[in-house]
Design a protein. Structure first.
Length: 378
């Protein structure tokens, strides 16, 4: 069987694009190529240099000649050039990793849908993106023989909004990188000093946008400070759609001296940030999976997150769950953790155990099973 991996959304640089879906695509691709019994053709964008994982001798690497690292060009390439390459490379299956696949490509299609935020939380996206994704992802879902969803919550959203047969939607959970683990306390202390971080702080790591309720977090942190907490809040991540609402919330609460905007955090630093924090908070209103929650738990950091969408699936009984958008409830949850070393220690152990339930190897094997089914080999 020959499988084409449409990995155009994978980036290998140190910029903000190498996060989220890019990291997912990189991790699953590495495990797929390491397996046996299938031939792979790997399609990557023009910006990808040396790949960060070994490419077996039998794998063909196709680097786009057009600047597909730019989203509009990638969108056009997927619907025009990729079908031609699928025909030339005689693909049995084409797997696309970001909600949309090549509608005219020959052979079977497998499609990963990470979330339907452009439908469920439209405020997170500009209108042009909403229109494109709403139309094209519906068509791609109909065309696909198997859809891989990041969570049961995403699976249910696909059924609800697209009317897709649940039988062709498989839940394939993400996992964490091996670097996400408890680190040496001396190394963590040195990192905290290097970055000028306070001894005690609450960490958020992810895109800074209202869909993640970062503005609500800033206001909740203001309540926490007024109740006597003298630690800091670190907001790590690149600015997203609607970033101004977060800046306004920080200013309104008078938190300029207590909130640190860390900017985009490279993947190789993330475990140090998680390990340095007293508590990790991720109060998002909607997530297809919520990888930062799993990463924080794998690092032994207590987690406060939302009781919405996929986040309870990821956190299990190892996180404190709050109602998204409820600043008072979020402030109370944070206060309960920063004020209790015993509670934090309990959640640390629960989180480490929960994180071990997720495996990239299991995810890759589920993908291989999906290819076999899609191609009629099982």
């Amino acid at each position: 069987m020959r499988v084409g991996l449409n990995a155009q959304v994978m980036y290998t640089g140190s910029g903000f694009r190498n996060a989220g879906v890019s990291r997912y695509t990189r991790a699953i691709t590495e495990r797929l190529l390491a397996g046996e019994g299938m031939e792979f053709v790997l399609y990557v964008n023009d910006s990808v240099g040396e790949l960060p994982f070994p490419v077996p001798a039998g794998t063909r690497l196709r680097r786009a000649r057009l600047p597909t690292s730019r989203t509009p060009v990638r969108v056009l390439w997927e619907q025009t050039a990729l079908p031609w390459w699928a025909l030339r490379d005689r693909l049995d299956v084409t797997h696309s990793f970001l909600n949309v696949g090549p509608l005219a490509a020959p052979g079977a299609q497998v499609l990963t849908i990470h979330d339907l935020s452009y439908i469920v939380e439209p405020r997170a996206h500009p209108w042009r993106r909403r229109v494109y994704l709403n139309a094209m992802s519906r068509l791609a879902a109909r065309r696909a023989r198997v859809i891989l969803a990041d969570s049961k919550a995403t699976r249910d959203d696909i059924v609800r909004h697209f009317g897709t047969d649940p039988a062709k939607i498989w839940v394939v959970y993400a996992a964490t990188d091996q670097s996400m683990r408890p680190l040496d306390p001396d190394a963590v202390a040195a990192f905290r000093e290097q970055k000028g971080l306070p001894e005690e702080f609450i960490l958020y790591l992810g895109t800074l946008e209202p869909r993640k309720n970062v503005d609500v977090l800033a206001r909740a942190f203001g309540r926490l400070r007024r109740s006597g907490y003298d630690g800091g809040l670190v907001l790590a991540g690149g600015p997203g759609w609607g970033y101004g609402a977060i800046e306004r919330a920080v200013a309104d609460e008078g938190l300029d001296d207590a909130v640190h905007f860390a900017g985009f955090v490279p993947g190789e630093e993330q475990a140090l940030w998680y390990n340095s924090a007293q508590v990790f908070v991720y109060p998002s209103a909607y997530e297809g999976f919520g990888l930062p929650v799993l990463e924080a738990m794998a690092c032994g950091t207590p987690v406060v997150t939302s009781n919405a969408s996929s986040l309870p699936e990821v956190a299990g009984d190892a996180g404190v769950l709050t109602t998204p958008g409820d600043g008072a409830e979020l402030a109370d949850a944070l206060k309960g953790l920063v004020g209790s070393a015993e509670r934090r220690a309990d959640l640390r152990e629960l989180g480490l155990a929960q994180a071990k339930k997720f495996s990239w190897d299991v995810a890759a094997e589920r993908c291989r099973d999906a290819y076999r089914l899609a191609a009629g080999h099982s």
